[in-house]
Design a protein around this ligand. Structure first.
Ligand code: F6P
Length: 404
């Protein structure tokens, strides 16, 4: 029986745990016995708040160093027992950023091949978002939000002092953990690597619900842009959406900064106070520039050349002073990645977006020619359920209110 230890490497908040859960799920689907050994969880259960202060991570603090090493050794021992009991893949979820730490790990598990997987992600926005998420952990209870963020940043700085990127390890993969892209790899002796590599590069959407906001006053008037609120019908759609999800676990909802998106989520927020609702500027509707708040017929009349240009090539057309689908792509891709990253790839993420934004999100999962993307049907009484993992692709339009 082949056995393998996967050891994560990376600074805090780089998406290591998300990669671990992806690997565990994907490899278990292959029929393998997999277990994750998480140093952070063990530390929190043994030391709780005692290990929350940043100085605990100061490389010059020998007590902190000793305790962290002890936790690592406990997990290595547990991994060794797991192997003896017939486990096949042990995943060590920890920072492992220093060379001596990795050398120790190799010495302790010398009988097993080790694959080091380094998660690299220096997107400042996502780091910020990751820090916000981490500081919600119970170990930061008792600190104000700003104190918790300051403390966690300090902790990262201590790790940075000892961080040595992977270089001469025998088996290694460097992963851009935001874009799921392999940046470098050296593989000598790694069982299951074909499967592992494929999992690492897969986008992992366990269950995403993509809805559009309910009907707005501007929708009725056929005006574009603006920030109008929901009509009575739009509010009924929002209530129906919440009712539809009454018995579904929705850990995260992402909205745009527009009022119609926030109002659509309101009934759900009341029904599920434990759901985290996060507004992302990247999910804002297409900026229609000088045409903001105009009706399509007004544009045709007042700016016939612009209207014709858009009709000819809607995807590449850019509104004067605004955006086009073509320029929207990067921001929306980023918004989706941010939402998935922030939700730790949990199932049951709901995005309440807009017509153009949702088309761009859908274009990542649907096979559509570019010229057809700006015409994808985006109803207001149905949502799209999307599953996209290495093993499963599911795409379903689900009705939550009878009439459109
Ligand atoms: O009509 C609602 C709306 O969200 C507008 O704000 C936006 O300009 C438009 O849809 C995008 O759809 P289309 O690209 O088909 O005009």
């Amino acid at each position: 029986m082949k056995q393998l230890c996967i050891a994560m490497v990376g600074l805090p908040g780089r998406g290591k745990s998300t990669v671990c859960s992806k690997l565990a799920e994907g490899l278990e689907q292959e029929g393998l016995r997999v277990r994750i050994f998480n140093n952070g969880d063990l530390r929190r259960s043994l030391l709780g708040k005692d290990s929350a202060c940043p100085e605990f991570y100061d490389p010059a603090n020998s007590t902190g160093r000793f305790q962290r090493e002890k936790i690592m050794l406990m997990n290595l021992e547990a991994a060794r027992r797991f192997f003896i009991d017939g486990g096949q893949v042990a995943i060590l979820d920890a920072t492992n950023v220093s060379r001596p730490r990795r050398a120790l790990l190799e010495r302790k598990l010398v009988e097993y091949p080790i694959l080091f997987v380094e998660c690299i992600n220096n997107d400042p926005d996502l780091l910020e978002a990751g820090i916000q998420r981490k500081t919600k952990l119970p170990e930061f209870n008792g600190l104000s939000a700003e104190e918790a963020v300051r403390s966690f940043r300090r902790r990262i700085q201590y790790y940075e002092q000892i961080y040595a990127p992977l270089s001469d390890e025998y088996n290694l993969v460097k992963l851009d953990s935001l874009n799921n892209r392999i940046l470098g790899e050296r593989i000598h002796d790694v069982p299951y690597y074909n499967s592992i590599r494929d999992i690492l590069v897969s986008d992992w959407v366990r269950s995403l619900f993509l809805a559009r906001h309910g009907e707005s006053f501007f929708n009725v008037e056929e005006r574009i842009g603006g920030d109008s609120g929901l009509t009575e019908k739009g509010r009924a759609q929002a209530r129906a959406l919440a009712e539809h999800f009454r018995d579904t676990e929705i850990p995260y909802v992402f909205t745009s900064p527009r009022c119609r998106s926030a109002q659509t989520v309101e009934p759900l927020r009341r029904l599920k106070p434990e759901t985290a609702v996060i507004s992302l500027p990247e999910l804002d509707e297409i900026d229609v520039g000088v045409c903001d708040s105009m009706r399509y017929v007004d544009i045709r009349r007042a700016m016939p050349r612009e209207f014709m240009k858009r009709a000819k090539d809607k995807y590449h057309y850019i509104y004067p002073g605004g955006e086009g689908y073509v320029t929207l792509k990067e921001r929306v891709d980023h918004g989706l990645k941010k939402a998935l990253f922030l939700s730790g790839n949990l199932p049951g993420v709901l995005i309440v977006g807009h017509q153009a934004v949702n088309r761009m999100i859908l274009s990542l999962f649907l096979f559509r020619r570019t010229e057809d993307v700006p015409y994808i049907y985006i109803p207001q009484n149905q949502y799209f359920r999307i599953v996209s993992t290495q093993r499963e692709k599911l795409f379903k339009l689900v009705r939550f209110m009878p009439e459109a």
